[in-house]
Design a protein around this ligand. Structure first.
Ligand code: CA
Length: 230
């Protein structure tokens, strides 16, 4: 069992064969893949699965990739969602237009799958560092997502798997306030029914674990909103 939730990649491509090749390669890398064949479907799926990154074809029927990108980048909740735009149009003017609508990256078809995978990983290193095997630090806490070990000062902490997932979620974005529902989605997954009070129970265990060798409690309760680290 993985202790950090695998990133979800939304693949938006109307050509079934191209969509499947991409999805196959992303799944082989260990990512969770959501598939959309149209722009409308993509916009619905973004709300439904909260992807960590979108690989978006420019040429789609009805709502174009450019339009999907523009809409996602104009919404507060999805503004920071990385978007890699795929296009058969190699002209510089198209590349500029693609990036101007807010796409984070632009890849010209036919592309090398390896290069695209490298770009997906590069964007996730920035936005989901714990999920791609990075070491995370916050004050005197060090979390190694490769060995699944957590240290505070020089001391190794004993942590349950749920507390590890909670802590890696917090350490990816110190200071960010997470609601109980957001933590449920990220740490437990959407398919499992868990009561929001369960979150409070595990936050309590995490606090205890973080302070098992002393030190101040770094987890902050934000009244009416949820929890944050620092
Ligand atoms: Ca297409």
């Amino acid at each position: 069992m993985s202790t950090v939730e695998q990133p979800t990649v939304l693949v938006v491509e109307d050509e079934p064969a191209q969509r499947e090749v991409l999805a196959y390669n992303l799944e082989a890398e260990g990512f969770v893949v959501a598939r959309a064949a149209t722009g409308d479907e993509a916009l619905l799926l973004v709300d439904e699965v909260s992807p960590d990154i979108v690989v978006l074809d420019w040429m789609l029927p009805s709502v174009s990739g450019i339009e999907v990108c523009r809409r996602l980048k104009s919404r507060q909740e999805t503004r920071n969602l990385p978007i890699i735009m795929l296009s058969a149009r190699a002209e510089e003017v198209d590349r500029v237009r693609g990036l101007e609508t807010g796409a984070d990256d632009y890849v010209v078809k036919p592309y090398s799958v390896n290069e695209l995978m490298a770009r997906v990983r590069a964007h996730l290193r920035r936005t989901r560092p714990a999920a791609v095997g990075q070491k995370l630090e916050f004050e005197d806490i060090l979390l190694d997502s490769e060995t699944h070990k957590v240290f505070r000062g020089e001391k190794l902490l004993k942590l349950g798997p749920t507390e590890f997932r909670l802590l890696s979620t917090f350490m990816e974005k110190p200071g960010r306030v997470w609601s109980r529902e957001q933590l449920l989605d990220r740490v437990w997954g959407r398919d499992i029914y868990v009561d929001t009070r369960t979150v409070d129970v595990h936050i309590g265990r995490l606090r205890k674990a973080l302070c098992q060798h002393g030190g101040a409690d770094p987890v902050r309760t934000v009244r009416g909103a949820g929890y944050a680290l620092g």
